[in-house]
Design a protein around this ligand. Structure first.
Ligand code: AMP
Length: 375
């Protein structure tokens, strides 16, 4: 790195309208980030290897290249003022090349923790925050040892690249664990105790470079086939538990020295001592369970992220009422015309190609107060 590069990288980001944000990843999250940036007078350039990236449709400049293409990464970096990402599996080498040229926010070092389930769980545990009991597993023998410590049922997950239930399996009493290990097809995994949770919740938190933290109201999430189907805000939990959940997210954001929006997925477990919160996963990015904020709050998660990485003041989000967000997955997108006629519904279609099973194609938001007024 030259002295000039070092100056660029270390300067505090302070964008002005007309400046350009580089977004790594061209999915619906990148698309909605770019749309939020445009509303604030900021431009975006999207970098993605997929020529059909839905985010390409909403920006003037797109870089369609592999993450291993050093020249393309350098050109991209030179064209933008700050770089962010919409997915957590940004290759470390690409992040390093970019970070030598422009500020990358959230800091690429955070990816080392959040790309690896074991590192992530260790990090959360070190903060004194509860998680499911877990163990490092790297062979059939270590899996057997982990089971005898943690017990069954349990969930085995690959340490890296798992999403929407991929790269994980339930292990129950009597299962052939050698076979399950083989099917998982990895050398590094973690075993987690199965949590008989009462509900799943998440907190979308934003943190600015100056350390200010703003959390959205806690969201309650319902999955189908391991994919998020419905989010509701606020979650049906006590104010005290909600405050605790927001506190956990804030503590995580601060410990990571995070700049931008992150999501913390949690389980609510009720035991003899009452309800308690266990952290399941950290997503270092805007998150599907925060899509309700687009129509259900004064500021969306996308705008908060843009504000944070631009060095602008965070918004103080106010929710408009009880909100429900429903994902349109696979063929459900074919019902979009029906959704368009639902009073109070706001329909978001991501402009993706063919609706494959499990593919997130769009979502619909309903805010209760609004429905009452318009129907
Ligand atoms: P993950 O990929 O870790 O977010 O897991 C996907 C989904 O699997 C979660 O949203 C839960 O519904 C379920 N799940 C994951 N880990 C556990 C666990 N330890 N106990 C119970 N359910 C789990």
């Amino acid at each position: 790195m030259t002295a000039i590069d070092a100056l660029i990288v270390n300067r505090q980001v302070k964008l002005k309208p007309g400046d350009t944000i580089g977004i790594l990843g061209g999915g619906q999250l990148g698309r909605m980030l770019a749309m939020a940036a445009a509303r604030l007078g900021l431009r975006c350039q999207v970098f993605s290897p997929d020529p059909d990236s839905p985010a390409f449709d909403v920006v003037l400049n797109a870089a369609c290249a592999e993450y291993a293409d050093v020249e393309a990464l350098e050109l991209f970096a030179n064209d933008v003022d700050v770089i962010t990402y919409e997915f957590e599996n940004v290759p470390a080498a690409a992040a390093l090349i970019l970070a030598a040229r422009r500020p990358v926010l959230p800091n690429r070092k955070i990816l080392e923790t959040t790309q690896d389930r074991l590192a992530e769980k260790d990090f959360v545990k070190r903060l004194g925050i509860g998680t499911a009991d877990y163990a490092d597993v790297s062979s059939p023998a270590t899996l057997r040892a982990a089971i005898s410590r943690i017990g069954l049922p349990a969930v085995i997950k690959t340490r890296r690249f798992g999403y929407d239930g991929k790269g994980q399996a339930m292990i129950r009493e009597g299962d052939n664990t050698d076979h399950i290990w083989e099917e998982l097809g990895t050398k590094s995994a973690i075993l987690e105790a199965f949590i008989p949770f009462e509900r799943e919740i998440s907190v979308i938190a934003a943190r600015s470079a100056s350390g200010e933290v703003e959390c959205f109201d806690v969201t309650e999430n319902e999955h189908r086939d391991h994919i998020l189907k419905i989010s509701r805000a606020p979650a049906a939990i006590s104010d005290a538990l909600a405050a605790q959940a927001r506190d956990v997210a804030g503590k995580i954001a601060t410990a990571l020295d995070y700049v931008g929006v992150l999501a913390v997925e949690m389980f609510v477990l009720v035991d003899d001592t009452g309800p308690k919160i266990l952290v399941n996963e950290i997503a270092p990015r805007v998150h599907n369970s925060g899509h309700w904020t687009l129509d259900g709050a004064s500021i969306s998660q996308f705008e908060q992220h843009i504000r944070a990485i631009a060095g602008w003041p965070l918004g103080k989000p106010v929710r408009h009422g009880p909100v429900t967000m429903t994902n349109l997955i696979g063929d459900e997108i074919l019902e979009y015309e029906q959704w368009l006629t639902v009073p109070g519904a706001t329909v978001h279609l991501y402009g993706k190609g063919p609706p494959r099973p499990g593919r997130k194609m769009g979502h619909v938001t309903l805010v209760e107060g609004k429905r009452a007024k318009t129907s």
